[in-house]
Ligand binder design. Structure first.
Ligand code: F6P
Length: 339
């Protein structure tokens, strides 16, 4: 069989990309996984549409409730969570779902067939940005359900797999453009939503994190929580050309992990949200819904991700809503900032 001619960027839809990936390597992208990713991508389109309506769609503002993390829920957090649950419930690809917005797992109702995958998501990441019209995103991670799940209900324990076992991960970013960034363990690819046609079109990939970019992203207001290693790392970069490095760095912070990681995939640099070194286990970001999928994407694009010490993808999870420190991006910068 002759290889198909490579098509220009923009000409390849997400469906075609996944079908071609399935033909190339059915193991990394079997039909079931392809259909699951297409369903998630469709739900992200709907979420992006709801976000773009803003005040006209009565979707902005807080709900007056808190999620399991004790954070104020925005209306869109709840709307997006429902959209993802509804879209993925009936397709037959999943055994269950878990979301940052729900205390426990969502089992596939008995009226629908069950599949072999588990879907985990943060429906709206960076949601404090929604009301001020800055980028937010949806992050997702796909695991294979343990083999012994067939014929029984999934449990929380089935979701507690290390990030290295993810079979796919990605995010949608709702910004100036609506993008989908995806890996099935064979490189990272970016798709741009063609709003007129309603289809995702391949616009970048395989993506590689440019090395040597002198940009770091950290919330400086949390400085009192940093370990000596992180403090030294940041202080040296702030000292810039007048310090031991002799080079100026820039700082960026969007308060939306999706936007910060997307910048790193495109432009390089490092993102840090360290755990509070004064109190074991106190950290901001969630292992299963944020750190693991982003770590898979970044590693697939040639970067690394640690919790400040160890590789994120090797951390054995002990709870659905476990939090973890995150140092992620450029290989060299992550190594210097991790002890
Ligand atoms: O909860 C996740 C998140 O919104 C990330 O998207 C973002 O990186 C971080 O929290 C922002 O944290 P802070 O409010 O400390 O700036």
């Amino acid at each position: 069989m002759t290889n198909p001619q490579p098509a220009a960027h923009g000409a390849i839809t997400l469906s075609r990309f996944l079908i071609e990936q399935q033909r190339r390597d059915a193991e990394s992208c079997p039909a079931e996984l392809r259909l699951l990713i297409e369903t998630v991508a469709r739900a992200c389109k709907t979420i992006g549409h709801a976000i773009s309506k803003g005040a006209l769609g009565d979707v902005l503002g807080a709900l007056g409730s808190e999620n399991v993390q004790g954070e104020v829920q925005k209306k869109l957090d709840v709307i997006a969570n429902e959209l993802l649950l509804d879209a993925n419930e009936w397709g037959g690809h999943l055994a269950g779902m878990a979301s940052e917005e729900m205390e426990t797992i969502h089992r596939i109702p008995n009226r629908y067939p069950k599949g072999e995958y588990l879907l985990l998501f943060d429906p709206i990441d960076g949601s404090s940005n929604i009301d001020v019209d800055l980028s937010v995103g949806t992050i997702f991670s796909v695991l294979r359900a343990p083999e012994d799940c067939a014929g029984r209900d999934v449990t929380e324990a089935d979701f507690l797999q290390p990030g290295r076992d993810q079979v796919a991960a990605g995010y949608a970013i709702y910004g100036p453009q609506t993008l989908l960034v995806l890996t099935v363990g064979d490189g990272v690819y970016e798709f741009t939503l063609d709003r007129e046609v309603g289809s995702w079109r391949l616009t970048d990939g395989p993506m590689r994190i440019p090395a040597g970019t002198r940009e770091f992203a950290i919330n400086m207001a949390r400085r009192r929580q940093w370990s000596p290693t992180i403090t030294r790392y940041i202080e040296e970069r702030i000292a810039g050309s007048e310090g031991p490095l002799g080079i100026d760095y820039n700082m960026r912070w969007t308060a939306s992990m999706v936007a910060d990681i997307h910048r790193i995939l495109k432009r390089g640099g490092v993102f840090l949200y360290p755990a509070d070194h004064r109190e074991a286990g106190k950290a901001r970001l969630r292992l299963l819904y944020e750190a693991n999928p982003m770590a898979m994407l970044v590693e697939q694009a040639g970067g690394t991700a640690t919790d400040g010490r160890d590789r994120i993808l090797d951390i054995p999870p002990h709870g659905l809503h476990q939090r973890v420190g995150v140092v992620i991006g450029d290989v060299q910068e992550v190594a210097i900032a991790s002890s």
